[in-house]
Design a protein around this ligand. Sequence first.
Ligand SMILES: Nc1ncnc2c1ncn2[C@@H]1O[C@H](COP(=O)(O)OP(=O)(O)OP(=O)(O)O)[C@@H](O)[C@H]1O
Ligand SMILES: [Mg+2]
Length: 238
Amino acid sequence: MIELRHVVKAFGSGETAVRAVNDLSFVCPPGSFWAMMGPSGSGKSTVLHLIAGLTPPTSGSVLVDGADVAKMNSAEAAALRRRRIGYVLQTFNLMPFLTAAENVGMPLVLDGVKQREVDARVKDALAMVNMSHRAAHYPTHLSGGEQQRVAIARALVIRPAIVLADEPTGNLDRAGGRVIMDLIHDINERTGVTVLLVTHDPVFAAYARRVLRLVDGALQQDMPLTEESPDGDIGIAG
Ligand SMILES: Nc1ncnc2c1ncn2[C@@H]1O[C@H](COP(=O)(O)OP(=O)(O)OP(=O)(O)O)[C@@H](O)[C@H]1O
Ligand SMILES: [Mg+2]
C-alpha cells in the first residue's frame, strides 16, 4: 500500500522555488496497476523518487505499507529500496561487463543472499520475462527490448511489493514497447505486485487500471479504467 498525504516537494527557495509536487494525496492499494501521465516537468518522476525514499517531502507524508518513508533513517530507506521496491527506468542501466544473469542477480548479491539461492531466483526472474535463453549473454549483444526485459527481471528478483517504472518504454519503438507493457501487465496479474508506471503514451497508459494525470505537481484528472476506486476519493480537490 502506497499512501501520499498532502505531499509537497519544493526545490530551491524564494523567487526560484519550484513546487514539483503540490499537495498531492492518494491511496494506492496493494496489487494496483496505475499509470501516471502529464506534461514534462509535471512531477511524475519526483513522485516515484518520494515513494522510493530517494528524496524527502518538503511537507506531508509518504507511507509505504504504513511506514513513513521520510522518518526512516538512511539504512531503513536503503533496505526499503533493496527489498521492497523494484525500479525500472527508461535507460536500462545494465552493467556491460556482466551477463544478463549476473546483472539480474546483482541486487541479491549486494544484499548478501547465498549464491545457490541467487541462482534459483535469477532463473525464475529470467523465465518471468522470457529471457532464459539469453542468460549467458552480455547486454551489448541484446536488443533494447531484451535489455529492458533483463532490467525488469533485475527489478523482480528481489520479489518486490512495488514496481516503480519511469517511462520503461521510452527508448523502444511501439512494438517493443508493447512487449514490455504486455509483460508488466502479466506480472501484475500473476504476482499481485503493485505497479506505478509513468508514461507519455496513452496507448501504454491504457494497460493500467487507473490513470492519474498530473499538472504542475497536482492531480488534474483521475481516470479509473477498469478498477473501482477503493474508497471513492483519492484526493483530487473539487
Ligand atoms: N533535484 C532537483 N532540483 C531542482 N529541481 C528539480 C529537481 N528534480 C526535479 N526538479 C524540478 O521539478 C519539476 C518536476 O520534475 P520531474 O522530473 O518530476 O518531472 P516529470 O513529470 O518526470 O517530467 P518528464 O516527463 O520530463 O520526465 C521540474 O520543474 C524539475 O525541473
Ligand atoms: Mg520524469
